[in-house]
Design a protein around this ligand. Structure first.
Ligand SMILES: NC(=O)c1ccc[n+]([C@@H]2O[C@H](COP(=O)([O-])OP(=O)(O)OC[C@H]3O[C@@H](n4cnc5c(N)ncnc54)[C@H](O)[C@@H]3O)[C@@H](O)[C@H]2O)c1
Ligand SMILES: O=c1ccn([C@@H]2O[C@H](COP(=O)(O)OP(=O)(O)O[C@H]3O[C@H](CO)[C@@H](O)[C@H](O)[C@H]3O)[C@@H](O)[C@H]2O)c(=O)[nH]1
Length: 435
């Protein structure tokens, strides 16, 4: 099948690459000329494990191409995917200007029937708006389908190639057949394609993200209560996660959820609720708790240094919002580093993939080539991302490099008991404090 993917970011590049891997002829379109030039020369704009292998193979075999021209990109395409940004507007609602601009352009440019597939996360009713925008100028038939994407960054290729489910919102039999054909290679193990109406598909995406954000937030609240009561959140997680009704995943307490999706999508769903005069109290609580959770370690750090961080150097391990990505959008590390700098501290930082993006935003930080280099002469270590390499460091080296044997761990990487044995002061989330 000939496919166009409009928007070549995290979702668009993964979508385009994976569909070329299943034999389709794909053209990815983006307005960012530098990005497209790079991709045409084999330069990946993002770090996403495994994507480069698929990318190289499909580019080499001529199934995956890149252009800045929408007209060229959609030529002969049976499906046109929209993988465009939907950032929060000033009032928290998803800003549809990128989607509607492309929809308007498509109406003018389309020369044959195509299924326009919305992969971006968009509020209920967007498929109708996209349809109306295309219709204004279209001279050919088309269908607009909602097909939300559920991939996680860091494991995006695996999530895309083996999705738990594919959700497709459409009332058109013709579009349904096209989508079935396209997704058939990805649902061979019985994972379903779930068809529904467009509005329900759009809402399904927000419901999934809001539910997961709520699940994490619930555990963060339990963790906060554990700290007060002397219980250990790790035990609670195992104790409840083994109940199949609850499930083991997304129960890890920590320094709050971040990333390009949960924060903006919870906010956008709350805005949709408000627009429909529905007070979704649970969502408001999730946002409130997460805001506080991101700053959870700072009071402990301040108290440790007697309320004064001037002339202190704080080493930071982890900048990306999660491991195996270079994405720093809404990463808890950034907010904490800004606060540390405001309080007069110096910051030395290390992240395996997140440093180039962070440098552009926070030039005042000293970026180091290794995790240990960040510790050299620092007064304390703070951890914000659970990169596996941070899990079993050489603690002798850590204590030799740090001025004080103290770790503030936002990802619960170490056992408090072990840290006690090693003589570290250790602050984590929802477990015993070792001081
Ligand atoms: N990142 C994720 O993990 C993820 C997962 C599921 C869903 N989503 C949703 O998918 C959508 C895209 O997210 P993303 O993270 O890939 O965004 P992104 O910012 O990484 O990429 C968007 C791309 O669209 C391009 N673009 C903007 N206007 C354009 C235009 N007129 N024509 C062509 N290209 C244009 C931008 O230059 C950019 O490269 C969002 O709605 C997001 O909520 C994201
Ligand atoms: O038990 C957990 C699991 C995750 N997180 C945090 O939650 C955030 C999001 O993590 P994750 O969901 O793994 O990454 P994303 O790439 O943001 O993926 C989410 O957002 C995407 C964009 O909408 C969806 O497609 C995915 O299904 C959804 O998981 C990160 O800050 C994690 O550190 C926790 O604190 N505890």
């Amino acid at each position: 099948m000939k496919i166009a993917v409009v928007g070549t970011g995290y979702v668009g590049l993964v979508t385009g690459t994976c569909f070329s891997e299943t034999g389709n002829q794909v053209v990815c379109v983006d307005v960012n000329e530098e990005k497209i030039k790079g991709l045409q020369n084999g330069v990946m704009p993002i770090y996403e494990p495994g994507l480069d292998v698929l990318f190289n193979r499909n580019v080499e075999e001529g199934r995956l191409k890149f252009t800045t021209s929408l007209k060229e990109g959609i030529e002969g395409a049976e499906t046109i995917f929209l993988a465009l940004p939907t950032p929060p507007g000033e009032d928290g609602s998803a800003d549809l200007k990128y989607i509607l601009k492309v929809a308007d352009d498509l109406g003018k440019l389309m020369t044959q029937y195509a299924v326009i597939v919305d992969k971006s996360t968009v509020p209920v009713g967007t498929a109708e708006l996209v349809s109306a925008a295309i219709s204004r100028n279209a001279t050919v038939d088309f269908d607009v389908v909602s097909n939300p994407e559920f991939l996680r960054e860091g494991v995006a290729v695996e999530d895309f190639m083996k999705p738990d489910r594919v959700v497709v919102g459409t009332g058109s039999e013709r579009a349904k057949k096209v989508m079935e054909r396209l997704y058939a290679p990805l649902v061979r193990q019985g994972n379903p394609i779930i068809f529904m109406d467009e509005r329900s598909a759009e809402m399904t995406k927000y419901a999934a993200n809001a539910f997961l954000a709520m699940k994490i937030t619930f555990m963060n609240e339990i963790a906060n209560l554990c700290e007060k009561t002397g219980a250990n959140v790790d035990h609670i997680r195992r104790g409840i996660g083994t109940d199949s009704r609850i499930g083991k995943r997304f129960l890890f307490a920590g320094i709050g959820y971040g990333g390009s999706c949960f924060p903006k999508d919870v906010q956008a769903l709350a805005k949709t609720s408000a627009d429909y005069a529905y007070d979704f109290r649970l969502l408001n609580a999730v946002m409130e708790v997460n805001k506080d959770q991101k700053r959870k370690l700072l009071p402990h750090l301040l108290a440790y240094f007697g309320g004064d961080l001037k002339d202190k150097t704080i080493a930071v391990w982890g900048l990306a919002f999660k491991p195996y990505t270079d994405d720093i959008r809404e990463a808890p590390a950034l907010e904490n580093i800004r606060e540390l700098l405001d309080l007069g501290a110096k910051v030395t930082a290390y992240d395996p993939e997140g440093m180039p993006n962070t440098k552009a935003l926070l030039p005042g930080v000293t970026y180091c080539h290794t995790a240990y280099a960040a510790l050299d002469d620092a007064d304390a270590l703070m951890i914000f991302t659970e990169w596996p390499q941070f899990r079993t460091p050489e603690f002798e080296k850590v204590s030799a490099l740090l001025k004080n044997k103290v770790i503030f761990d936002g990802r619960n990487l170490y056992e408090p008991e072990h840290m006690k044995e090693l003589g570290f002061a250790y602050f984590s989330i929802g477990r015993e404090t070792v001081s």
